[in-house]
Write a protein that binds this ligand. Structure first.
Ligand SMILES: [Zn+2]
Length: 72
């Protein structure tokens, strides 16, 4: 889904770091180095970013079907 704005465990702001993290990860950079550069130091926040699955594009397909069914 969408990355949580704040870490679920500690409340630290992490939503603003997702875009840069995912871009650099796709470019082949080491996740540890990216998180260190972004100054994400706590384990809970690091795990929230590293384990997040961005499936919004796949979910959006179902949303379109649901809207088309309602309009008929
Ligand atoms: Zn945290």
């Amino acid at each position: 889904m969408i990355i949580p704005i704040r870490c679920i465990s500690c409340g630290e702001l992490i939503g603003d770091k997702w875009e840069k993290y995912s871009e650099e990860l796709a470019a082949g950079k080491d996740p540890k180095k990216i998180l260190d550069d972004l100054k994400v130091e706590k384990y809970c926040c690091r795990s929230a970013l590293t384990t997040h699955a961005d499936i919004m594009d796949e979910i959006a397909i179902f949303k379109k079907k649901l809207v088309s069914v309602k309009s008929k």
